[in-house]
Design a protein around this ligand. Structure first.
Ligand SMILES: [Zn+2]
Length: 425
């Protein structure tokens, strides 16, 4: 679907979870379906180790029940059932698989589908998945993520697991799914399709992002990047485009787009410096829609698919609103991050503010060594050493090094979505 085909939206209520777009001469189109189709090349490479079909062999320990459930499971897969875990009040129930001999050293991100009964999700205190080597464990509590989005396909990179003693990903002998209830109450969690996602790509990938649409990006950064054929992504606020000499004009942005850059959303006006951490669904939905409409009207069709929150501030409502409008939201929320968590040394979104060329080159070194994705974000490329600035000489030096190396690709969000299988969760 071309976003430019969108002509209007259906009426919306705050608790509506499926939002349709009416296409020109077309049938209503579910946005979530577009997000899923965008994810399919990546998701198609997932390995599902446990789909919990009949005869799955997971056994119960602890107090409570684990049952096969054929009414609630992950749809759009070959799955026909899930396992449902219901602890006795105030206790924990485990589903476990023992006597394993598994080597996960080449895998990157665990994935699983989960659902909790909304009526009693707050009765639960933990929903953990544990990978064990003897008594040593890697564990992670997925309950906070599930409270943000339910049901949810959850992905976590290995370095984000909590480590107890010295487990070894190359020698996993037991896996435990554990649900714990608060005192005198209980609830249920359904789990389906536990597995892993695609291993590392053949090269590191770097996205260079500029926030806020500042003039120095065009006047200073872009020139050096064009010399090396390196493209970037600008997340802009329409209300500030060309507003004074500190901001890029529409012509500037159009020139960058022609050069292969993405021009994307950073909210309509930076929310007047208030945060999306305390905004309502409807405010964020309308703000995001207006921003996307502006991007489409100005011809930034590819970039209109992407959004970054100002200050990375968000809550479950604003996250839901943006996820229904944009295809990728680089939100930085575990389990909702639409880009993969890089690993190695927990290389994730990286600030380029106040960094030297040597520090920026070191980011690229790690990205190349681990063959992972890094997003380096900048603001103002000016002298002076103030917050949110990067010294132009340091930036240009970094670009000249980056442009000459062949062990990392510099890509845009569009490249990521349209031409790589690296990830689009
Ligand atoms: Zn910003």
């Amino acid at each position: 679907m071309q976003l430019s085909q969108i002509v209007c939206q259906e009426t919306l209520s705050a608790n509506q979870t499926d939002i349709y777009l009416r296409l020109n001469k077309g049938t209503p189109f579910l946005i979530e379906a577009e997000r899923m189709s965008a994810k399919m090349p990546y998701l198609g490479t997932e390995s599902i180790d446990y789909s919990f079909e009949a005869g799955h062999g997971w056994v119960k320990t602890g107090s409570g029940e684990i049952t096969d459930d054929q009414t609630i499971f992950e749809s759009n897969t070959t799955s026909t059932q899930s396992i449902k875990l219901t602890p006795v009040t105030g206790t924990a129930v485990n589903a476990q698989k023992t006597s394993l001999s598994l080597d996960y050293s080449d895998q990157r991100h665990i994935r699983l589908w989960a659902y909790a009964d909304p009526a009693n999700i707050n009765n639960l205190s933990k929903f953990e998945v544990m990978y064990c080597t003897g008594a040593a464990t890697y564990s992670y509590d997925f309950l906070p993520t599930l409270k943000l989005k339910n049901p949810c396909i959850i992905t976590i990179a290995k370095p984000d697991f909590f480590k107890y003693l010295e487990p070894n990903w190359a020698n996993i002998d037991r896996i435990i799914i554990k649900v714990t209830a608060n005192a005198e109450v209980t609830g249920s969690v359904w789990v389906d399709n536990l597995g892993w996602q695609k291993p590392k790509p053949t090269k590191g990938k770097i996205i260079i992002r500029f926030d806020d649409g500042l003039k120095s990006v065009f006047s200073t950064a872009a020139a050096s990047m064009m010399n090396w054929g390196v493209t970037g992504c600008c997340v802009v606020t329409p209300a500030r485009v060309g507003i004074n000499e500190n901001y890029m004009t529409l012509d500037d942005l159009s020139t960058l787009k022609t050069r292969g850059w993405d021009i994307s959303s950073h909210s309509f006006d930076h929310a007047n410096n208030a945060t999306f951490g305390d905004k309502a669904f409807s405010y964020c939905y309308n703000d995001s829609k207006a921003t996307q409409n502006w991007l489409l009207e100005k011809g930034f069709t590819n970039g209109a698919r992407f959004h970054a929150f100002p200050g990375n501030a968000h809550n479950s409502n604003t996250l839901l609103a943006t996820s229904q409008i944009f295809t990728l939201i680089n939100s930085g929320v575990i389990g909702h991050e639409t880009l993969p968590w890089a690993d190695g040394i927990l290389l994730k979104r990286l600030s380029g503010d106040l960094k030297t060329a040597a520090e920026l080159n070191a980011y690229a070194d790690v990205c190349a060594a681990n063959k992972t994705l890094a997003i380096i974000y900048f603001h103002n490329i000016v002298l002076g050493g103030a917050s949110y600035t990067t010294d132009p000489a340091e930036f240009v030096s970094f670009i000249s090094t980056l442009g000459a190396r062949n062990d990392v690709d510099v890509i845009t969000y569009s490249d990521l979505l349209d031409t790589t299988y690296i990830a689009t969760r």
